[in-house]
Design a protein around this ligand. Structure first.
Ligand SMILES: [Zn+2]
Length: 331
């Protein structure tokens, strides 16, 4: 495989763009929007294998190419739901009469940016009562400690991810040994979530489903929101993608049972049929593209059941290909 293509695919996996469409999207956004040429990447000699061995390089490239720290104007999505993340990393705010719920932060530098975005919308970060996450990696959980100090919000986390939230990633099955690069400020968990538990505040009710693989406690959130008298089923899928260096097959797996977990997750996510869906990385759900359509279409711009189906199928296919490749390489 051409080195540049290999690199893009590897970066795409961290942002979970493993579908064929997604990879093309990642290539385009990296090479055109960031003004960095494929030739420059190709010359560097970086491959998927390099990234698997060098977490520091992996994080640096992803931060730059996938715009993890680039500011994004916050905006209203629909009903109680707002976007308060960066250009590359999603953070969502649910505003209710009883206070607010925050779903995901960004990387370890993101706390003040998420705080600023909430204020810009005219809300108070101090009013966050509950914080929840998709999975306990530094690019989504890096800002919780900052926001917790500010709001004293209760953090609710799926049981298998609690240890790594509280130790800043040291117990992560893949990145734990490299926690000084891949870790984040530890944050105390206040509520243990188990598969099917709900988190409720005001008139917002979110159901937490344990969809393991990416981390053992990866969580897919499902809710219903009402906008303009219409109800929409909204899904925030997580857990189905693998990163460079993961071993996902039964041959020296990253953790025992990982392949069973991934297949359970893909199967479960295929069963969900959302109207709207949002990923923890913005390019998963083409946030910028949909945002442009809001001016003409209103909240309907976010309705995308077919995009969700493609996303989940892409994850599943990428996993099965990787599973087969690992097994054939070991023969
Ligand atoms: Zn992750």
């Amino acid at each position: 495989m051409h080195p540049s293509r290999s690199l893009f695919l590897s970066l795409a996996t961290v942002c979970c763009l493993s579908s064929v469409n997604g990879s093309v999207l990642a290539q385009e956004s990296v090479s055109t929007e960031m003004n960095l040429t494929k030739e420059e990447i190709a010359k560097s000699g970086i491959t998927k294998e390099t990234l698997a061995k060098d977490n520091n390089l992996f994080i640096q490239l992803a931060t730059k190419f996938l715009r993890w720290r680039d500011p994004q104007e916050p905006f209203h999505i629909a009903g109680p739901l707002y976007f308060v993340g960066t250009q590359g990393l999603s953070s969502f705010l649910f505003v209710t009469t009883e206070g607010n719920i925050l779903l995901n932060t960004g990387d370890p530098t993101s706390g003040p940016m998420v705080e600023g975005s909430i204020r810009k919308l005219g809300f108070r970060p101090e009013d966050i009562k509950i914080m929840i996450n998709g999975h306990a990696h530094s690019d989504h959980s890096g800002g919780f400690a900052h926001l917790k100090k500010l709001s004293n919000a209760k953090l609710a986390v799926m049981e298998p991810d609690i240890a790594q939230m509280e130790d800043g990633g040291k117990s992560d099955f893949h990145y734990g040994a490299d926690w000084q690069i891949m870790g984040f400020e530890p944050v105390k968990v206040d509520r243990i979530l188990r598969d099917g538990d709900t988190v409720a505040l005001g008139d917002v009710v979110l159901t937490a489903f344990n969809t393991p693989g990416h981390t053992r406690g990866s969580t897919t959130w499902v809710t219903q929101i009402v906008e303009g008298g219409k109800a929409y089923k909204v899904v925030f899928p997580d857990g189905g993608g693998f990163n460079p260096g993961y071993r996902v097959s039964t041959d020296r797996p990253s953790y025992p049972g990982i392949s069973r977990d991934y297949r359970k997750t893909h199967h479960f996510q295929e069963m969900l049929e959302p109207d709207m869906w949002f990923g923890h990385h913005t390019e998963y759900f083409d946030m910028q593209g949909k945002l442009k359509k809001v001016a003409s279409d209103g909240p309907a711009a976010w309705v995308d059941p077919e995009g969700y189906r493609k996303f989940v199928v892409g994850k599943k296919q990428a996993f099965e290909q990787e599973f087969d490749a690992e097994l054939s390489a070991s023969r």
